[in-house]
Design a protein around this ligand. Structure first.
Ligand SMILES: C[S@@+](CC[C@H](N)C(=O)[O-])C[C@H]1O[C@@H](n2cnc3c(N)ncnc32)[C@H](O)[C@@H]1O
Length: 377
């Protein structure tokens, strides 16, 4: 039967569409899959692809094995050297059977390793985890996201109020009123900020500036790191009033080098006088309209030729593609606002808000943060 619609579609198809259609029809053929798994030249690729697809199917189980290890203090239990099953089982307060189940699963995920004499030691991922307490904080925090993702289709349809919306008290038109409402998210941000700040400070010479305004600066972890690297710079930190009062305590040691201002960046003018303004992990938290408002406020606060820094993880980061659109895409969906953006989309946003000469400065771990520098035109 001649199908006019599909004939038109074929005619519209470009060369690349035809290639992908052919490739996908081959890849989804059971006969081809069987052949590729046996033929010596395609066998390694077929094996890798099968394992990768299995990992996609089972990733949530791996994350929960990790979560159990963190909750039970498994990695701390192995911090001082390998332990026998009985020793681990006593330390984490689990039966030997349950401990063995967890240890074997963790060994398969390179969180722990089996050692001679039936003992267990830290694996490469377990050792890295111990060195970065912020990663364990993030794993614990993921309990909320895990519950929010239980029905991802309902989440995509926007049919439910999520735990992350409650956690991030500033989402939408809400503004947290007291310190209790911001303590959990401010602590989480402060613990993970250390790594981000290290990379930004290594990438950008702050010493050439006089006064940095950090908007949405949280408890001041970023300011503290820049202050140590650039002793001649003064600082203003701007955040919601309950967060600002936590920052005041944390930054007290910097004396009159730092001023902390509480306010709402959507409604209140940002403090003037800074020659450089930073937005660290801020824009991706906001929808386009909100991001434009924040950039307009930044533009008003900076002098002509003032510098804007935007530091955040971005979508389309080579080698870290799943972090942007898969992890942050769904994290921010559960949070209720914001989206990960590519460098190009961010550049367009900055230029439309009156910033020029937007350039990327390379950071050591682009997975954690990338850095855009722009000039207020
Ligand atoms: C994702 S956290 C990032 C904190 C910090 N820059 C960092 O990277 O660790 C976002 C910060 O923006 C602040 N924030 C959110 N909405 C705000 C608003 N309307 N005005 C001022 N600060 C705001 C929050 O209180 C929070 O500290």
């Amino acid at each position: 039967v001649f199908d006019e619609a599909s004939a038109d579609a074929d005619a519209d198809e470009g060369v690349s569409d035809r290639f992908f259609r052919w490739r996908n029809s081959v890849l989804s053929s059971r006969a081809f899959q069987r052949w590729a798994a046996r033929f010596p030249l395609t066998r390694p690729v077929a094996k890798r692809r099968t394992a990768a697809l299995f990992d996609l199917c089972a990733g949530f189980v791996y994350s929960q094995v990790l979560f159990a290890g963190v909750q039970l203090g498994l990695f701390e239990a192995l911090a001082d050297g390998p332990r026998t099953l009985d020793e681990v089982s006593r330390t984490i307060g689990m039966s030997p059977e349950a401990s063995r189940r967890l240890l074997d699963a963790s060994a398969a995920l390179q969180l722990v390793e089996t050692r001679p004499g039936g003992r267990y030691g830290l694996g490469v991922h377990g050792a890295a985890l111990l060195a970065n307490p912020s990663v364990q904080d993030m794993v614990r925090h993921h309990a909320l996201l895990y519950r929010d993702l239980a029905d991802p289709v309902a989440l995509l349809r926007g049919e439910r109020t999520t735990e992350l919306q409650r956690f991030w008290g500033y989402v939408g038109d809400e503004r947290p009123q007291d310190e209790e409402a911001v303590a959990a998210y401010s602590r989480l941000m402060a613990s993970s900020q250390e790594l981000v700040a290290e990379d930004v400070v290594e990438a950008y010479p702050f010493g050439r500036h006089q006064h940095l305004l950090d908007v949405g600066g949280g408890e001041g972890a970023f300011v503290k790191t820049v202050a140590a690297a650039a002793p001649s710079v003064r600082f203003t930190l701007f955040d919601l009033p309950p967060v600002a009062s936590r920052a005041k305590q944390r930054l007290a040691g910097l004396g009159d080098r730092v001023t902390v201002v509480g306010g709402d960046a959507y409604r209140d003018p940002l403090p003037p006088d800074a020659d450089i303004l930073s937005l660290v992990r801020i824009l991706h938290d906001h929808d386009d309209e909100g991001a434009r408002q924040l950039l307009a406020a930044a533009h008003r606060a900076l002098p002509a030729d003032g510098t804007l820094l935007v530091a955040e993880p971005m979508s389309g980061t080579p080698g870290a593609e799943p972090v942007g659109d898969a992890y942050f895409g769904f994290y921010l969906l559960a949070m209720g606002q914001g989206r990960p953006r590519t460098r190009e989309v961010l550049t367009d946003l900055l230029e439309a808000s009156g910033f020029a000469s937007v350039r990327e400065v390379k950071t050591r771990r682009p997975l954690l943060t990338r850095l855009l520098v722009a000039r207020r035109a």
